[in-house]
Design a protein around this ligand. Structure first.
Ligand SMILES: Nc1ncnc2c1ncn2[C@@H]1O[C@H](COP(=O)(O)OP(=O)(O)OP(=O)(O)O)[C@@H](O)[C@H]1O
Ligand SMILES: [Mg+2]
Length: 149
């Protein structure tokens, strides 16, 4: 299942995150794609806010994984530095197993990802506007249907 949602401004992006939040479950995997400045970190911040996380969420670039403890833990993962590796055991022990994993540069740890994930590709349209293509298989198919309505 795949769907493209037009986002007219940052508030619409926030609404999308708040719409996704009730769909989250233990072991949820969200792969975020998009160029520099597309809004990957912004979306993750809104999702964390929707989950009730009070800490400030920023880019995990220099740590690979940041953990935000909550009822549902948020694992914010940036796999950029694992380029060429394809896999990471520590990440594999978490992704799809506990908490919610939000993964940037997921293609670099393809072998450590579960079969089913929710993928969001954010495309910059203008300063305020974005186009978000959402793709999900297995348990994520119905979530794709729900989003953006
Ligand atoms: N509709 C929108 N959705 C998301 N971000 C928006 C929107 N409109 C404006 N912005 C702004 O665009 C910027 C997006 O930057 P952000 O750091 O989230 O991108 P990123 O994809 O994480 O980039 P990077 O790859 O450099 O980490 C923010 O400054 C945000 O306020
Ligand atoms: Mg970012």
């Amino acid at each position: 299942m795949e769907k493209t949602i037009f986002i007219k401004d940052i508030n619409a992006m926030k609404r999308l995150a708040f719409q996704l939040e009730p769909c989250l479950f233990e072991g949820f995997v969200l792969c975020l794609e998009g160029d520099l400045g597309a809004g990957k970190t912004t979306f993750t911040q809104f999702l964390g806010q929707a989950m009730g996380i009070k800490d400030h969420i920023n880019s995990p670039t220099f740590t690979i994984m940041k953990i935000y403890d909550h009822d549902l833990r948020l694992y914010h993962i940036d796999a950029y530095r694992l380029q060429g590796q394809g896999y990471d055991q520590d990440l594999e022990d978490v992704i799809g197993i506990e908490g919610v994993s939000v993964i940037e540069w997921h293609q670099y740890i393809q072998e450590s990802l579960p079969k089913d994930v929710l993928k969001m590709n954010i495309v910059w349209v203008s300063n305020q506007e974005r186009q978000v293509t959402i793709e999900g298989t297995g348990p994520y198919e119905n979530i794709v249907k729900t989003l953006g309505r």
